[in-house]
Design a protein around this ligand. Structure first.
Ligand code: SF4
Length: 275
């Protein structure tokens, strides 16, 4: 791929100058792991304080595993999608009991942990252990598809995008972790979904992108959803056990309680509480 020589060099040079100073980039494998789980559905700015608090409180997988799942859910605060807290706790228990208290380095072992999918396994293997993994998040997909094909990424990771990412990975001459971090950062800060900064982009001369006008996906509404009701229940229980909750829609409240119970995020004994 002729353009690859430029892409590889230009993006990593840009990264050297513009990279954000994110603490997990110089942290332990556990710090990397926690950051990747938190960043799955939450922006960097909101993850930063929570990540510092978690690493201060639970500096190793064993430290978290030895605490209760309820403490993990409580400390998750308002990061959203709190099942991630429970799965982080479950993963920490597995690391303590099966992996000698360490975050595993193999992608297959990482994939066996709750809450870890293809992207997260590759990211932890590359960023924590320098493994030669193909790390493809939505930012990388958008960058590669735009520059190399001129289109926009599909709503989910397609076979064609997977092939494209693998070809690029094979051509990249810098270490996989550096390429992945640089491409992700570039997609997050320059080649963004809604407002790519093409006018100031160092890839403009080699980029094939033609805006389609249909490239943005609408963010899911939160107001009035079952997710909001679940969040309200957890906000009460983070302060302590409760007998009842105030919520305008009784059926929705019941759905929220049922689903939180089913997910193991709350328990019901004499009162409702965190596990
Ligand atoms: S020129 Fe625009 S679309 Fe192409 S890589 Fe740069 S920011 Fe993205």
């Amino acid at each position: 791929m002729a353009v690859m020589a430029h892409l590889d060099r230009i993006v990593t040079e840009w990264f050297a100058e513009h990279r954000r100073d994110l603490p997990w980039r110089t942290s332990t494998p556990w710090g990397v792991y926690v950051s990747e789980i938190m960043l799955q559905q939450t922006p960097v700015v909101r993850v930063l304080p929570a990540w510092h608090e978690w690493l201060r409180r639970w500096p190793t997988p064993a430290a978290l595993a030895d605490d209760t799942p309820g403490e993990a859910i409580r400390a998750w605060g308002r990061l959203g999608y709190p099942r991630r807290a429970k799965r982080l706790h479950e993963a920490a228990v597995i690391m303590r009991d099966r992996f000698g208290g360490e975050v595993p380095a193999d992608e297959a072992d990482l994939l066996s942990l709750p809450g870890v999918g293809e992207y997260t396994a590759a990211a932890v293997a590359a960023f924590a252990y320098g493994r030669d993994a193909v790390v493809v998040d939505v930012n990388v997909r958008r960058l590669l598809v735009r520059v190399l094909t001129g289109g926009d990424p599909a709503p989910s990771f397609t076979a064609a995008e997977r092939t494209l990412a693998a070809e690029v990975h094979a051509d990249v001459e810098v270490p996989a972790a550096l390429w992945a971090a640089a491409a992700m950062e570039f997609g997050a800060l320059v080649c963004t979904a809604r407002n790519p900064d093409c006018a100031n982009c160092p890839l403009a001369e080699v980029c094939n992108w033609v805006p389609t006008g249909q490239r943005t996906s609408r963010p899911q509404a939160y107001e009035g959803t079952d997710r909001q009701a679940r969040g309200a229940v957890l906000a009460v229980l983070r302060e302590g056990p409760a007998d009842a909750f105030e919520w305008p829609d009784a059926e929705q409240l019941q759905r929220a309680l049922d689903s939180l119970l089913a997910d193991g995020l709350i328990v019901r004994e004499r009162q409702w509480s965190l596990p």
